[in-house]
Design a binder for this molecule. Structure first.
Ligand code: NI
Length: 171
């Protein structure tokens, strides 16, 4: 397994739409494992494939607290089937280091996806897990948490990150 470099906003890959996974092959499973390792190393609660530069519809989530056993969940080709309720949650994103903003989300979701073995499952989620599913699922469509902010907050976040030294700028 390997820790992959995380793409930071405004990296263009974060705005691209990811394609469905055709088949859950060993290469896909290796990517899933690398994404999980990358998420744990960050550390973060969730990571979408776009964030490591791969345009496939995959995300991983682990909402366990530090003092709890790990609870890795893998979502391949996810679809959110139902959303209910409303909640405002202070969210962060590994592609927006140092940023945390209140975002309005559905309180509960029902999602279907394939697991790491390519087996379909349906999950009802609430709390942080429901928030993370919505956040990561948006990444797969090139949507970002800042899209939920008003124009003033959005510009503040954009300015903050555009001042960061870019890796690409030196090459
Ligand atoms: Ni994110």
């Amino acid at each position: 397994m390997a820790v992959l470099p995380i793409r930071i906003y405004p990296d263009k890959v974060l705005r691209q739409k990811a394609s469905p996974v055709d088949a859950v092959t060993p290469d896909i499973q290796r990517l899933v494992d690398d994404m999980a390792e990358t998420m744990y190393a960050a550390p973060g609660v969730g990571l979408a494939a776009n964030q490591v530069g791969v345009l496939l519809r995959i995300f991983v989530i682990d909402t366990a607290n530090e003092d709890e056993p790990s609870d890795l969940r893998v979502f391949i080709n996810p679809t959110i089937l139902e959303r209910s309720g409303e909640v405002v949650w202070k969210e962060g994103c590994l592609s927006f280091p140092g940023v945390s903003e209140n975002v309005e989300r559905a309180e509960k979701v029902v999602v279907k996806a394939l697991d790491r073995n390519g087996e379909p499952f349906t999950l009802q989620a609430e709390g942080l897990l429901a928030i993370a599913i919505q956040h990561e699922n948006e990444h797969l469509d090139g949507e970002l948490m800042i899209d939920h902010l008003g124009p003033v907050r959005k510009r503040l976040v954009q300015r903050k990150l555009q001042k960061r030294p870019s890796v690409d700028a030196d090459t």
